[in-house]
Design a protein around this ligand. Structure first.
Ligand code: 5GP
Ligand code: ZN
Length: 115
């Protein structure tokens, strides 16, 4: 938990969100400003600012993130098992919230490269 972190506040429930899934270590909620018909944020409950701050002790947690991504990606019918998982690191890569999170987007034809 980090003071003034918007995702820590969502995790603690002091800021509301549309939660769609929760495990012991991870919460998944709808992005407030979706860029595609399905736009979820997979967020570890532990306050880790970015990939740059991961350590070996987070290996199991990162495995859990991808297990959750697979579960959502293969069970949300609208996705038809086609989706993208995105992690932005640092402001020039588009990271706005400094609490590690994984965008899961889909439900439309996605293009490449991203902006
Ligand atoms: P970033 O740009 O840091 O990778 O992604 C942050 C994401 O969090 C953005 O897509 C933004 O729309 C979303 N977001 C920011 N504030 C809130 C909030 O208060 N609630 C929800 N549900 N999403 C938020
Ligand atoms: Zn946080």
């Amino acid at each position: 938990m980090s003071d003034n972190c918007i995702f820590c506040k969502i995790i603690s429930g002091s800021i509301p969100s549309e939660k769609v899934h929760e495990t012991q270590n991870i919460v998944v909620f709808k992005d407030i400003n979706p860029v595609s018909p399905v736009h979820l944020l997979i967020v570890p409950k532990k306050h880790i600012p970015s990939i740059n701050d991961l350590s070996g002790e987070d290996a199991h947690l990162m495995g859990d993130v991808f297990r959750v991504a697979r579960e959502l990606g293969t069970t949300i019918e609208e996705l038809e098992k086609n989706y993208r998982v995105i992690i932005s690191t640092g402001p020039d890569a588009g990271q706005v919230v400094p609490h590690i999170h994984f965008h899961l987007i889909g439900g439309r034809k996605l293009t490449w490269p991203p902006g």
